[in-house]
Structures are given as C-alpha cells and as structure tokens.
Design a protein around this ligand. Structure first.
Ligand SMILES: NC(=O)c1ccc[n+]([C@@H]2O[C@H](COP(=O)([O-])OP(=O)(O)OC[C@H]3O[C@@H](n4cnc5c(N)ncnc54)[C@H](O)[C@@H]3O)[C@@H](O)[C@H]2O)c1
Length: 244
C-alpha cells in the first residue's frame, strides 16, 4: 500500500490508462476522484468507497475548481494529480490536412487541460509543501510520427510544460514528471485495422502492446515515496520501442 492516506485526482479515468491508474491508486491505498467527460461513474463505482466520480471537461477552468473542491469535500486536500485525459485527431492530422477546429480541440484537451489541472492543484500543494503531478506525454513528444501533427505538438508541449513546472517548484516540495507511453492497447486505437495493430505489435521490441496497467504501475511509482527524487523527467514506458 504505497499510497495510503493520499488523495488523488485522475483525469481520463473513464477509460484505458486513466481507469487503470484510478484502480491502481485505490489498490495502493489512495482515495481517488475519477474525472472524465464520460464513464467516470463506472470506474468509481467499480472501485467502491475509495473513489468518487466527477464529470468534467479538462478544458474548462471552472470544472477544475469544482474538481478540487469536490475532492476536498469528499476526501481532503489533493496530494496527487494524474493528467491523463487525451485525444487523437478525428481526421487527417498532417501539416496540410489538419483543420483549425480539430487542432484547437486536440491542443486544448491534451495541453491546456493539464496546465489548468496543475494550476488548480498547485496552490494547496505549495501551501502544504508537498505534492506529486504526473502528466501523460507520448513517444510522440520525442520523435516525429507521420500523420500526428497536432497530437505530437500537444505532447511535445506536455514535455516542455512538465520540465517548466517542475523547475519552478522544485524547492517547494512538489515533483512533476511525465510518462511517455509507447503503444498501449486502449480505446484510443479503436478503428485501426487488426492487421495494422498486429504489425504495430510486431515492431515493439518487447513483443507486445503495453497494457494500461503498465502505465498505471509507473504512475504509482512516481506518486509513491519511492519516486520522490525524480522530477522534471519525461520517462518512456514503451517496451523498448523508442530505442530500437
Ligand atoms: N494508448 C496509447 O497507446 C497511448 C500512447 C501514448 C500516449 N497516450 C496518452 O494516454 C492518455 C490516455 O489515453 P488512452 O489510451 O487511455 O485513451 P482512452 O481513449 O481509452 O482514454 C482517454 C480518456 O480521456 C477522456 N477525455 C477525452 N476528452 C476529455 C475531456 N475534454 N475532458 C475530460 N476527459 C476527456 C475520454 O473520455 C477517455 O475516457 C492520453 O493522453 C493519450 O494521448 C496513449
């Protein structure tokens, strides 16, 4: 029970990596506010008393104020924030094909949302002199991936934002890191043909897609006392994909 007594906000908790992270945090003893635009209830009720659901859009500053207030009222001051909610493009995400509306949607969910989340939890963390924030970047923060223009821009922004906030508050008891997942099998790949998924899995050195639980385990490590000397990092959790 690495997170006994801790209070966590997890976004994207309705599905995939966010759901697995909410479950893992609760299994490690934390109380968790499960935040998402969809299915947060299902995750929270599956966990039980250690969790509560909060329907929110991470793009909305007022929703973040509401989430922090809800967590405080139900459990207490927030110790841990996992900024996990994220989206990929609806259509062509190339430099010439991407349209303005989808660019703005991706950047505002994947990049503005995590900033708003950090802005909402930091005052209390700084006041208490402790707190841990984990953002979700991607291998796309590190390398170019054809057809992921706005997505790579948003995740590269997450890497920069993570370093920036980490260094701003490094002397005040708050650590901020990002996990860069490789290919993790979740709903985010819905619509991709099975043959293409098989090809993708074959190209991962470890020989399989990651599971959401692989990422949740790394987040739990950063959240725990074992991760206290790590800050400002973008840590690849990718089965060796990024170094092959
Ligand atoms: N799966 C992968 O291979 C992979 C790889 C690298 C990075 N990531 C990142 O991991 C994170 C989680 O992805 P996943 O694979 O679990 O996908 P997913 O689609 O299973 O989960 C994403 C969740 O975010 C929620 N969400 C979307 N827009 C939101 C909004 N405006 N406000 C609140 N919640 C919102 C969705 O409802 C969903 O529950 C994303 O940031 C994604 O970019 C995933």
């Amino acid at each position: 029970m690495k997170l006994s007594g801790k209070i966590a906000i997890v976004t994207g908790a309705g599905s995939g990596i966010g759901r697995a992270t909410a479950q893992r945090c609760a299994a490690e003893g934390a109380q968790v506010l499960c935040c998402d635009v969809a299915n947060a209830d299902a995750t929270a009720s599956g966990i039980g008393d250690a969790a509560a659901a909060y329907a929110m859009d991470v793009r909305e500053p007022a929703a973040w104020e509401g989430a922090v207030a809800e967590a405080k009222q139900r459990f207490g001051d927030v110790d841990l924030l996992a900024n996990i909610a994220g989206v990929v493009a609806k259509g062509d995400d190339t430099a010439l094909g991407q349209d303005l509306e989808d660019w703005e949607r991706i950047i505002s969910i994947n990049l503005k949302g995590p900033w708003l989340g950090m802005r909402a939890v930091l005052p209390t963390m700084l006041q208490r002199g402790s707190g841990v924030i984990v953002n979700i970047a991607s291998e796309a923060a590190i390398i170019g991936i054809p057809g992921l223009l706005a997505y790579t821009a948003s995740k590269g922004g997450i890497a920069a934002l993570t370093r920036q906030v980490a260094i701003e508050y490094v002397r005040q008891g708050v650590t901020v890191n990002a996990i860069a997942p490789g290919f993790i099998r979740t709903a985010i790949q819905d619509g991709i043909e099975q043959s293409l998924l098989d090809d993708m899995a074959a190209g991962i050195p470890i020989g399989r897609f990651g599971a959401p639980e692989d990422i949740a385990a790394s987040i739990a490590h950063l959240f725990s006392a074992d991760g206290q000397y790590i800050t400002g990092q973008v840590i690849a959790v990718d089965g060796g994909w990024g170094v092959a």
